[in-house]
Design a protein around this ligand. Structure first.
Ligand code: BT5
Length: 329
């Protein structure tokens, strides 16, 4: 990754800085600094040369340098205007030994969800995959899916969208007139034939590789329908644009990465943060696992990300599955 670019962006974000001072701080020649500044200009940065040094006047809307400029966490960004799947590219980088890299794209042409379902990713979205190498056993990996859901939800809320989390990996905007079920014995139907409990704003796909007792790498893929028309999305989906208007995607991504990184550094806080944003808890749910269907009230989430469902025959802890919110008719 381009460490000089990242260091230069950090210096520029901190205020006016002269070419010689930059060369000195970055340990490169003045010509190298000048070349990097020109590259940033070509990428859409407006950088003025003043008596005090270089001053950034304008940052492009999106791209690797745009997201790295002012980013408070040490991820390097690899940006693609269009790519098959950021998760596929992330996997490639991970197997080459990369860490703390984010693959980011404006558009994906072959992206996927869980169970290899197709994921629609038109231009204007936030499609990214974070590659990192936590020191934990493979069984703990699902906690990072929850962290990603919290980070996405917080960034969406700060952008003015009333997002919440549906277990395990969906960020939704609930329909206005829904009330969590009172647990009565009425006949229950799925919340909405197409919406499965709200309009889907974002989805998360976590992949990993590990040995018996240690994770080698984890890849958290996050897809957020950002500045996208709902017409370009599958039925039942929504976007930041549709809910609250367009966002500055570089700031949205920065916020998401900063929240994710803070949670990642303090995994014990993830479950409580998730509970705060969860729309699933307290609701009647139906969870389809690979082998059975479990119905009951979602009462809690347990480490590393299991849903606890209170059924007629007792509490069940469900680790994976598709969850529907139910409502009485
Ligand atoms: C997910 O799967 O929700 C995980 C999606 C992860 C996408 C990201 S984008 C960056 C990274 N690179 C990738 O290749 N993937 C990740 P799942 O829970 O299986 O939901 C998939 C279902 O959501 C599909 O079957 C559709 O019904 C629906 N869907 C597809 N595209 C959508 C979209 N843009 N918005 C909302 N719903 C969508």
């Amino acid at each position: 990754m381009n460490e000089t670019r990242r260091a230069l962006l950090d210096e520029l974000a901190a205020g006016p800085v002269s070419g010689p001072a930059l060369a000195d701080r970055l340990g490169v020649s003045r010509a190298a600094v000048w070349k990097q500044v020109e590259t940033l200009r070509e990428a859409g940065f407006e950088i003025e040369s003043t008596d005090a040094g270089y001053v950034v006047q304008r940052v492009p809307e999106f791209g690797a340098a745009a997201v790295e400029y002012g980013l408070d966490v040490p991820y390097s960004i690899e940006y693609h205007e269009t790519i098959g799947s950021t998760n596929d590219r992330g996997r490639e980088l991970a197997t080459q030994g990369a860490r703390d890299v984010v693959v980011l794209a404006d558009e994906q042409t072959g992206s996927r969800g869980r169970l290899r379902r197709a994921w629609t990713a038109p231009s204007g979205g936030v499609w990214l995959s974070i590659v990192f190498r936590p020191e934990c056993p493979p069984a703990h990996a699902p906690i990072y899916t929850l962290a990603a859901a919290v980070a996405t939800t917080r960034a969406a809320r700060e952008a003015g969208v009333d997002a919440s989390i549906k277990w395990p990996n969906d960020v939704l905007v609930s329909s206005a007139n829904e009330d969590p079920s009172d647990g009565s014995d009425d006949v229950l139907v799925r919340d909405d034939a197409t919406e499965r409990g709200g309009r889907k704003l974002a989805g998360i796909l976590t992949e990993m590789e590990g040995e018996a007792d240690r994770v080698s790498w984890i890849l958290v893929g996050i897809g957020v329908n950002a500045n996208v028309d709902v017409d370009a999305l599958p039925e039942g989906a929504t976007s930041l644009r549709a809910e609250a208007g367009d966002v500055e995607r570089r700031l949205f991504v920065q916020r998401l990465l900063e929240v994710f990184d803070a949670l990642r550094g303090d995994p014990e806080t993830i479950l409580d943060a998730w509970r705060d944003y969860a729309d699933t808890l307290g609701r009647r749910v139906r969870v389809e696992t690979a082998t059975e269907t479990i119905e009951g009230e979602a009462v809690d989430v347990a480490f590393p990300g299991a849903l606890v469902v209170r059924t007629e025959s007792g509490d069940r802890t469900v680790h994976t599955g598709d969850c529907d919110h139910l409502r009485p008719v």
